[in-house]
Write a protein that binds this ligand. Structure first.
Ligand code: IMP
Length: 190
């Protein structure tokens, strides 16, 4: 359900680039994260989940998600980057910042902003599995199922969205727009 909503002019500064309709308002995001937190609490009862956020995109989602889970938990961060456009199709990612603590023996829950082709997550899952976590699950705020190139089992999904480039709530275009509280469709070109 797309709702046309204009954004303040301060966000409309770049040529050939504009913030389109709002896709998800902050209240809807908050409500959904509350539901995810409740499900995770049930599923991890008696355990201490270890939430690993993939920087930078997932940082805001992660910060809200951990506060919605009423359980003792721990968390860590990883930052990944692509090897460039040509290498993108392989899904191989460069680890820019590794975990501070070993995931061995932990109930790891990977926290991702958006699953698009699935290549990044597939690579990360394969790589983390070799480090002997007790369990490994994935939570993603957004999912673009129509773009999937490789099968990845995403255990918790906030929202399935159409094939559009989105920004806000941690998601960027060229490192910008991450601090928008809502999620918008980005329009490129005239
Ligand atoms: P994948 O490997 O194709 O699944 O790409 C996942 C990564 O691409 C995400 O973690 C995001 O950083 C980025 N990405 C994919 N789609 C979008 C989008 O619509 N907006 C912002 N970033 C995106």
């Amino acid at each position: 359900m797309l709702e046309e909503r204009t954004v303040d002019n301060k966000w409309q500064g770049r040529a050939n680039e504009s913030i389109g309709p709002v896709l998800l308002q902050s209240q809807a995001i908050r409500d959904r994260i509350g539901e995810l937190g409740a499900r995770i609490k049930e599923d991890y009862k008696g355990k201490t989940p270890h939430l690993v956020a993939i920087l930078k995109g997932a940082s805001i989602f992660h910060a809200d998600l951990v506060r919605s889970i009423e359980l003792e938990l721990s968390y860590d961060f990883m930052a990944v980057g692509s090897y460039g456009k040509l290498a993108k199709s392989s899904g191989e990612v460069r680890i820019l910042k590794d975990l501070d603590e070993s995931p061995e023996g932990k109930d790891v829950l990977l926290v991702e902003d958006i699953v698009d082709t699935g290549l990044t997550l597939h690579y990360l899952v394969q790589s983390l599995k070799t480090r002997s976590p007790k369990s490994l699950k994935i939570v993603a705020l957004l999912n673009k199922p129509s773009r999937r190139e490789i099968d990845v089992a995403v255990d918790y999904i906030g929202f399935d969205i159409p094939d559009e480039f989105v920004v806000g709530y941690g998601l960027d275009y060229d490192q910008r727009y991450r601090n928008l509280p809502d999620i918008y469709i980005l329009r490129l070109g005239k």
